[in-house]
Design a protein around this ligand. Structure first.
Ligand SMILES: [Ca+2]
Ligand SMILES: [Ca+2]
Ligand SMILES: [Ca+2]
Length: 258
């Protein structure tokens, strides 16, 4: 039984992290409110921030903003993060000489300020009826090692937060076929204070820690919801569960004999 555990874990991760479909019940942002038209932010070395009031395509309550910030540490870079209707896009190329880039996207309430993170979502409930957060139709690639994202939720203040580390690997869109990336709430780790209460969320941040050349697009939105296993994956999953169950039964029956 113990030897089976690593296999069990790998199947679980592949099933949950890269679910081919997912069902949305709560729209965080469908990116229907563009930022800066066709190219919002573009710099060489340096940083830039921007915000926009989201006028549609969200279930977040009240007046909702999306804040975006990008930073490059040096080099002659082509760096952008922008929202065209329906698509969040990030691109960093030409970051030679060890230059890196990071970005953040905040849903933090109506603070008209992209440089300061707020906690103004009013305690939104993302957890009821949902198992996690998913990104619909992700494409992109990384030529500088694994592409890492941090998804962080805050409750009450910026002191209480939980973060999920999402590793999309080195090349996650080889043929540019969109995938849904599902992040279960159980993948979040308490990092600050009491951590986040997913039924009482006051701020959400999606961020890329500093990294090299990469592109990342979300073309279908970000949601709270649930994974929908493919029939094949479901069959494989049931197969593994069946083997595990059979071994468990055998172990129990053997224990009963002893
Ligand atoms: Ca804001
Ligand atoms: Ca505003
Ligand atoms: Ca802000």
């Amino acid at each position: 039984m113990r030897r089976l555990l690593p296999i069990f874990a790998v199947v679980l991760i592949s099933q949950m992290a890269l679910a081919n479909t997912a069902k949305a019940t709560f729209v965080i942002d469908e990116f229907t409110s563009p930022m800066g038209g066709q190219s919002a932010l573009s710099v060489g070395a340096g940083s830039d921030t921007d915000f926009v009031d989201i006028t549609s395509g969200t279930d977040l309550p009240g007046t909702v903003e999306r804040d975006i910030g990008i930073t490059a540490t040096g080099g002659t870079t082509i760096l952008s993060a922008n929202v065209t209707p329906g698509v969040f896009g990030y691109s960093f190329t030409g970051g030679g000489g060890g230059a890196t880039s990071s970005f953040f996207v905040d849903w933090d309430g109506d603070d008209n300020d992209a440089t300061t993170q707020g906690v103004g979502l009013g305690g939104v409930d993302l957890a009821t009826g949902n198992l996690g957060i998913f990104f619909k139709d992700v494409i992109g690639s990384s030529s500088s090692g694994d592409f890492i994202l941090h998804l962080t939720m805050y409750t009450g203040s910026l002191a209480n937060f939980s973060t999920a580390v999402i590793n999309l690997g080195t090349v996650y869109g080889t043929v540019m076929t969109p995938i849904d990336v599902f992040v279960p709430f159980t993948d979040f780790t308490v990092i600050g204070g009491l951590g986040a209460d997913f039924s009482d969320v006051d701020s959400i941040r999606l961020a890329r820690p500093a990294g090299g050349n990469a592109t990342f697009d979300v073309e279908g939105g970000i949601f709270a919801g649930n994974p929908v296993p493919e029939p094949f994956s479901l069959a494989a999953w049931l197969g593994v569960a069946g083997v595990a169950g059979a071994l468990g039964l055998r172990k129990r029956s053997r224990a009963a004999v002893v």
